[in-house]
Design a binder for this molecule. Structure first.
Ligand SMILES: Cc1cc2nc3c(=O)[nH]c(=O)nc-3n(C[C@H](O)[C@H](O)[C@H](O)COP(=O)(O)OP(=O)(O)OC[C@H]3O[C@@H](n4cnc5c(N)ncnc54)[C@H](O)[C@@H]3O)c2cc1C
Length: 815
């Protein structure tokens, strides 16, 4: 009996000490004390074992002892097995800042740190720009005309974008730009994503490219010359990194800049001879200034000793001799301006190097640093905007499209994708806004930028697919009336650019996070690099305490013991609490995967991807919780919060499950499963009840639908038609129409109306004649039904309309 009691006390005591990471001394005292009790009161075997444990803790836990006996051996072993970090990787690792992602990585998320990113909202000027300029720009877009008839934006829209400063959102006011916050930029792009082409055209100059690079690294002369000209659109920039040989592996670019001298106007000028081939460069066909990445060589040592100086960035004016620019590629779905640039022996003076000669060789670092911000904004905002426009159209369509005598929105099969779209839009909106807010608070979120880019563009892909499915033939049929099909076809662009999603998910999120966000790994690597035994000792044993702490936290919380207190209301708190468990489990598994696979983890991308998925889902869920905590809530929103969090946490657990199924060390996988999910999986897919409730709300005129469409262009006040405004208008009248549909259809079913009254319009007139509806209702219904038919209609074309080469059109007999 005494043995059992001592054993229980030991386990409980150790778990409590480990959970708190209380250190070696309490563990020593407890093991020593219980060991003595065992020895003295009749449980000698356990007593001896506990005393041996106490000695082991003393040796490993007390720095003065272990640094003599244990640490040197561990240090030697660590140096042998730790992954070698290349210069390129090191640059990526050092870029950006670590914030909430670091909390999730530590296994001890401190919610007050997340909530401390206070949101001041937008300035009046930003708000007014969103309400007015963005609506005007969105209202000038006709997706069909832009994509199919012009393959460009209309001239008046280009003029408007330049005149109103859309291309200078990131440029400070002193250089003539708008100087907008990250949140405002994001909201602008979300509104403009009514047209993929408009979003890209505005997004690219405001993202990674000459503007941002000049702002951060440009010389004063470069800033003074270019920034005002970029802000008002006199200069159109593009940035060329990618080429035929260098895509995802951008640092392998074979383009060169060789330092040389050339006579210009009778004067010898020191400069670069550039030879390059770039492809897929957005805005290149019309760009006036090209940001270019190349490898700089100085074979004649005109600048110094070193010959290979590394990746360097320069700004090359379009009309420089030797530039071949202006041809176009044809991006799928939306032919925005994108094309190749080639250069043969293009000579540029040294002052074209961004940041001057000081920044020679710093190009990769500059790009990666800029990416940590730009990648959080442009594509994630496009994804949030597109997903929510798609939801707005689809909710409206599903309500007015009737089959089997009811709106398709009433069918559970349709409700499932509709609710999913709503949740994806809700999560995307929260994630991009809250992350932009951290940027406004000074962060450069490198790992979240990879999470947002890949996750939200995948959300966009899924939401667009759902929207297409629900629309059926209406969206399959291309033409001016199809508001969805062009964006749907263009979706692979977002998936591919700024770090293709497969690579981002498999390699970057966890690969970068594991070293960058982990509280100790970077310190261990640094200690190894500098051969600093004491620093290694501190980092390694701090790391060990974290591993034990996470194991104890994940296990006890998995059993439902010791739930942490969280600063959320009763709706959100259960999710936040369980995220503490999942975060501890994640941190434990991350360490276990790194320890068991070592350098091989880099190649085990499927393992890395699943760890990245856990982190991504936890990150997105925490953004949703913050938004819920701070935002004004509307009726029905709780259902969406439950759906979104359940969806994300279920995905996190799914990723854990697959990780445990596939971790090569099977014994370790078993232990981890027992630690992280001692009672099995906790989260299931969202309940049907939630699905029904959300689908109803987003396909009707409700506060929840209005909230989800917040920031979209919803007024019918543009030069072009706005289907979203038309759907919204129909939804405000839907209840009245539904009652009349019922009256008329019931009468028809009872045989009170002529059998041949098959068309709704004919049936309505018959019901009016019979006195079943009033003249006023009939008039309302005529108008309603005409608008419904208009929105359900599709286009047709001349027989040979689609053939670019009319001479190849085959005239079949019937045609
Ligand atoms: C429309 C469009 C616009 C663009 N605009 C610009 C621009 O303005 N400027 C510019 O410089 N570039 C631009 N790009 C280039 C874009 O950034 C690249 O397409 C992108 O980086 C991916 O390169 P890739 O297409 O050659 O794919 P590849 O590198 O050939 O990759 C093929 C596949 O392999 C995967 N993969 C590659 N490496 C790994 C890995 N280690 N682990 C797992 N999977 C991996 C990728 O995810 C991808 O699925 C644009 C591209 C397009 C299509």
């Amino acid at each position: 009996m005494l043995t059992l009691i001592l054993l229980i006390l030991t386990i409980v005591g150790l778990l409590a000490i480990m959970r708190r990471e209380a250190g070696a001394v309490p563990a020593l005292v407890m093991l020593g004390g219980l060991g003595l009790v065992g020895l003295l009161l009749g449980s000698p075997v356990l007593g001896v074992l506990l005393l041996i444990g106490a000695v082991a803790v003393a040796v490993a836990g007390l720095p003065t002892l272990r640094i003599r006996w244990i640490t040197p051996r561990l240090f030697a072993m660590f140096k042998r097995v730790s992954p070698k970090v290349s210069d390129t990787e090191r640059t990526a690792l050092e870029a950006g800042t670590v914030a909430w992602d670091g909390d999730l990585f530590s296994g001890r998320p401190d919610w007050s740190r997340l909530l401390a990113y206070h949101d001041d909202g937008l300035s009046d000027e930003e708000r007014a720009f969103l309400d007015h300029q963005c609506s005007v720009a969105a209202g000038m877009c006709n997706a069909w005309e832009i994509a199919k008839e012009r393959a460009d934006l209309p001239e008046e829209l280009w003029q408007y974008l330049k005149q109103e400063g859309f291309f200078g959102m990131i440029i400070p006011k002193e250089y003539g730009g708008l100087g907008f916050s990250a949140k405002a930029q994001s909201l602008v792009l979300q509104k403009l994503s009514i047209s993929e082409m408009l979003m890209v055209t505005v997004g690219v100059p405001n993202s990674l490219g000459p503007g941002e690079l000049l702002l951060k690294y440009g010389t004063q002369a470069q800033k003074d010359h270019y920034l005002p000209r970029l802000a008002d659109g006199r200069e159109i920039p593009c940035f060329g990194l990618t080429g035929p040989r260098a895509g995802s592996d951008a640092t392998s670019l074979p383009d060169t800049g060789v330092v040389c001298k050339q006579m210009i106007d009778g004067e010898e000028v020191l400069g670069l001879r550039l030879n390059f081939e770039k492809r897929w460069i957005t805005l290149a066909p019309i760009a006036t200034v090209v940001g270019l990445a190349f490898r700089l060589f100085d074979p004649d040592h005109l600048l110094g000793e070193e010959e290979d100086r590394g990746i360097t960035l320069a700004l090359v004016p379009r009309n420089t001799q030797g530039m071949e620019i202006g041809r176009r590629h044809h991006p799928i779905g939306s032919p925005f301006l994108n094309g190749p640039i080639r250069g043969k022996d293009v000579f540029v003076p040294l002052d074209t190097i961004i940041g001057g000669t000081e920044m020679i060789g710093q190009g990769w670092r500059m790009l990666v640093e800029c990416l940590s911000i730009g990648r959080c904004i442009t594509l994630p905002s496009g994804a949030s905007g597109t997903t929510r426009y798609a939801l707005g159209w689809t909710g409206g369509f599903a309500r007015i499209r009737r089959q089997f005598n009811v709106p398709v929105a009433e069918m559970e099969g349709v409700q499932e994708p509709l609710a999913r779209m709503a949740a994806l839009g809700y999560i995307a909106k929260a994630a991009v806004y809250q992350t932009a807010n951290t940027i406004d608070r000074g962060e450069k979120p490198a790992v979240p930028s990879a999470i947002l880019k890949s996750q939200l563009t995948e959300f966009q892909r899924l939401a667009l697919s759902d929207a297409m499915d629900i629309h059926g033939g209406k969206a399959v049929t291309l033409g001016p009336r199809n508001y969805l099909g062009i964006g749907y076809s263009a979706n692979p662009v977002s998936i591919t650019v700024e770090g293709a999603n497969i690579m981002t998910r498999n390699l970057m999120i966890f690969g970068q996070g594991a070293i960058r966000c982990h509280p100790f790994v970077l310190k261990e690597l640094a200690a190894s690099d500098s051969n600093d035994l004491e620093a290694f000792d501190r980092a390694f044993f701090g790391h060990a305490a974290l591993v034990f702490g996470n194991a104890a936290r994940a296990f006890t919380m998995g059993l439902g013991i010791g739930k942490p207190s969280v600063p959320f209301d009763e709706v959100a708190a259960p999710y936040a609490r369980d995220m503490a468990r999942l975060s501890a489990g994640f941190s434990l598994c991350a360490d276990a995967a790194m320890a068991s696979l070592g350098a091989a983890l880099k190649q085990r991308e499927m393992i890395s991807a699943r760890l990245g998925d856990v982190l991504s889902n936890l990150y997105l869920a925490s953004m949703v919780l913050k938004e819920w905590h701070e935002g004004d809530r509307v009726e029905g929103e709780a259902a969406l919060l439950h759906y979104s969090c359940t969806h994300l946490l279920q995905r996190a657990e799914q990723a854990f499950d697959e990780l445990f199924d596939n971790l090569p060390n099977r014994a370790l996988a078993g232990v981890l499963r027992a630690m992280v999910m001692p009672l099995g999986r906790r989260w299931k897919r969202p309940a049907d009840r939630l699905t029904r409730e959300i689908a109803q709300a987003v396909s009707r005129d409700t506060a929840l639908r209005t909230k989800l469409l917040d920031g979209a262009w919803t007024a019918n006040d543009g030069a072009q038609d706005n289907p979203l405004a038309r759907y919204n208008a129909l939804l405000t009248e839907y209840d009245r129409a539904e009652a009349l549909y019922r009256t008329v259809n019931k009468a028809y079913a009872k045989g009170e109306l002529p059998r041949q009254a098959l068309h709704p319009e004919v049936r309505l007139e018959a019901a009016l004649e019979k006195g079943l509806v009033s003249e006023e209702d009939a008039e309302f219904m005529r108008r309603f039904e005409a608008e419904v038919l208009e929105l359900l209609s599709v286009d047709d074309f001349e027989y040979d309309a689609f053939a670019m080469d009319k001479s190849k059109v085959l005239r079949h007999d019937a045609a």
